[in-house]
Design a protein around this ligand. Structure first.
Ligand code: SF4
Length: 221
């Protein structure tokens, strides 16, 4: 099994961008272009709320941990989990300083409502794969919590979902090594894209965003 070395790790959360649009992921993670719109700012604030209480808390048979840093050599990624609930179970694992066994269950918080793609489930599954590798256990399910509807949904980490996560990160590593930004492919998703003003689908078909911007600056000099 191939393992990635630490210096080549990618950001775990990038899988959401990649699932939405490969070019968007490359603009953010390869070309580092970023333009915040309301959607991304609001999302970040909700995330900060989940992360600013990095702590352990015990409620009956559940230990709640916030902001756990995770990584995986198998996927070649690093990131963090909003929340991991450790539920007391005979099928669980030992935790440092605890007598009982606990099953880890990752939970990811999202600002809006469920999307019509599975980007959130892919991100959550990647977190579970990291936790499995770090804690030497198997995690069958996790939850996505949506702030707008105040509801959480169960996500089963099926073989197919795991394979998609793995093949997406392998593809990201390949693009990253080649520093290759996929060309514009205009779709309905472009309307909701936080980078559409930088990506400029109609004007930017054959050149990178960096090149486009530097060309414009040269023209204006
Ligand atoms: S504007 Fe469209 S093609 Fe460009 S990054 Fe966004 S979704 Fe992708």
């Amino acid at each position: 099994m191939k393992e990635y070395s630490e210096e080549n790790y990618l950001m775990l959360s990038g899988i959401q961008h990649f699932a939405f649009c490969r070019r968007q992921w490359a603009l953010i993670h390869i070309e580092q272009q970023w333009q915040e719109n309301l959607r991304t700012v609001e999302g970040r604030i909700l995330h900060e709320k989940a992360h600013d209480r990095q702590s352990f808390e015990k409620r009956k048979d559940i230990i709640i941990s916030r902001g756990i840093a995770v990584f995986s050599k198998y996927l070649g990624v690093y990131g963090s989990c909003d929340v991991v609930e450790f539920k007391k179970s005979e099928k669980g694992i030992t935790l440092f300083g605890r007598e009982d066994l606990y099953l880890p269950i990752p939970i990811e918080y999202k600002k809006g409502k469920p999307k019509d793609n599975d980007a959130d489930a892919l991100q959550l599954c990647a977190q579970a794969i990291c936790l499995e590798e770090m804690l030497l256990c198997q995690i069958m399910e996790g939850y996505l919590f949506y702030g707008e509807i105040n509801h959480r949904y169960k996500v089963v980490f099926s073989y197919e979902l795991r394979e998609r996560v793995k093949s997406m990160f392998d593809e990201m590593h390949d693009l990253y090594e080649r520093r290759y930004t996929p060309k514009v492919k205009e779709t309905k998703a472009c309307n909701a894209c936080s980078l559409k003003n930088l990506c400029i689908p109609k004007l930017c078909k054959n050149i990178s965003v960096s090149k486009y911007i530097s060309n414009r600056l040269e023209e204006e000099e």
